[in-house]
Each structure stands twice: as structure tokens, then as C-alpha cells.
Design a binder for this molecule. Structure first.
Ligand code: MN
Length: 208
């Protein structure tokens, strides 16, 4: 029998997330355990940090696996969007909207730009049937999104070497593909508050 390595995902889960933040200063969730319920979730947060980007997060094994997508997602299958893998986030981060203080990690305003549930397309293929964790570890994820704005198949492919954090995000060719939609431009508002990131930023300033 070959040696089977057991990886304790729980042990260091969210360590990097917690190490990077001072929860006395930021209103971001501290990652107290929250149980997942129902179908796995995804969320896309628009984040006006030093560089504006979209944080794409997929619920996998009790955490939100995360990627920073500088240009945001596209509904055009001919677009390849760079997606940089970032630290796992706690599940309750999916509802976070607000302003992180300037001097803190990720300082800037966040809105929940899109979200919903997803299906693992690779687990539905007869010749594959692999889990999301396995898909992540192997560097190729195929999901069907049921968001308010984004729907349909998306593929994430890790590029380059093992330690490299660069991935590519691409819309699959299906009935939900639409080269003209450009939701990043045409649908800028939060799905939680119906506010733009500028409006959330202004609101936070009023409370100072
Ligand atoms: Mn971010």
C-alpha cells in the first residue's frame, strides 16, 4: 500500500487571514466558525483598495477560496481574466460590505457586487467526478454559477508553476455567454444594499 498523506485542512485554516488583520481596527469578520448550509456559495466583492479589483470567492471545505481579479469577471468566452489566488476567507465574509481603515490590510471600500450558489461541474462528469478541493489542488476548477448578475459555466485554470498564484478566469461557451453584456460596467451596484461603491464610501464618511 502506498503512503497516504492526510492533510489537516482545519488546523491552519484562516491563519493567514487572521494574521493579516487587526480585528480591533477593521470591521471585517474575525472568522468565528459558521456552518455552511445548503448549496455552496460564491460571492464577488468589488474592492476599492490601492488598486480597484474584484474578489471572487468560492465556498470550498468550510472556507472561501479567494482570487483577486483586477478587471473583474467577463461574460465573453473570448476574454481571459487574470485571477490572483489570495488567502482563504471565513464564510461570513460573503456578507461583508463597508470600509476597511486606510492603514489596515486591504484598506478601502468593499461592496458585495454579486453572489449566489454554484455547482461543481467536474463532479458531474462521469469520467471525472472530482471534488472542489481536488479541483483546486489540481489547478482547474469548473463551476456553474447561479448569481444575480453572473450565470452559467466559468473555468479557473492555474497557470505557470506550483507556487505561482496566478490563475485565469474564463466564461465557458454556453447559453449564458454574452460578449456584449459587460456587467462590470453596466451593473455596478451592490446586490445587498443596491448602492455603488462610491455611495457606500460616502455613507461611511458621514459616520466618521
Ligand atoms: Mn481585495
Amino acid at each position: 500500500m502506498g503512503k497516504k498523506k492526510t492533510i489537516d485542512y482545519d488546523k491552519n485554516k484562516l491563519k493567514e487571514y487572521k494574521d493579516k488583520r487587526d480585528f480591533d481596527k477593521t470591521t471585517e469578520p474575525s472568522g468565528i466558525k459558521k456552518k455552511s448550509s445548503g448549496r455552496p456559495k460564491f460571492v464577488i466583492q468589488k474592492h476599492d483598495a490601492s488598486n480597484l479589483h474584484y474578489d471572487f470567492r468560492l465556498e470550498i471545505n468550510g472556507v472561501l477560496k479567494s482570487w483577486a481579479v483586477p478587471k473583474g469577471p467577463s461574460t465573453d468566452p473570448s476574454d481571459k481574466r487574470m485571477a490572483i489566488n489570495t488567502e482563504d476567507h471565513p464564510l461570513e465574509y460573503a456578507d461583508f460590505e463597508g470600509t476597511i481603515p486606510e492603514d489596515e490590510y486591504g484598506g478601502g471600500t468593499v461592496i458585495v457586487w454579486d453572489g449566489g450558489t454554484y455547482r461543481n461541474l467536474r463532479s458531474e462528469k462521469e469520467d471525472e467526478r472530482i471534488s472542489m478541493q481536488e479541483s483546486f489542488d489540481k489547478g482547474k476548477i469548473e463551476v456553474w454559477l447561479e448569481g444575480k448578475k453572473l450565470k452559467g459555466g466559468y473555468v479557473f485554470i492555474k497557470t505557470g508553476k506550483r507556487q505561482d498564484k496566478k490563475w485565469l478566469m474564463k466564461k465557458m461557451k454556453d447559453d449564458e455567454a454574452d460578449a456584449r453584456k459587460k456587467p462590470v460596467k453596466s451593473e455596478p451596484k451592490s446586490i445587498l444594499s443596491d448602492k455603488t461603491i462610491e455611495e457606500v464610501k460616502e455613507k461611511m464618511k458621514d459616520h466618521e
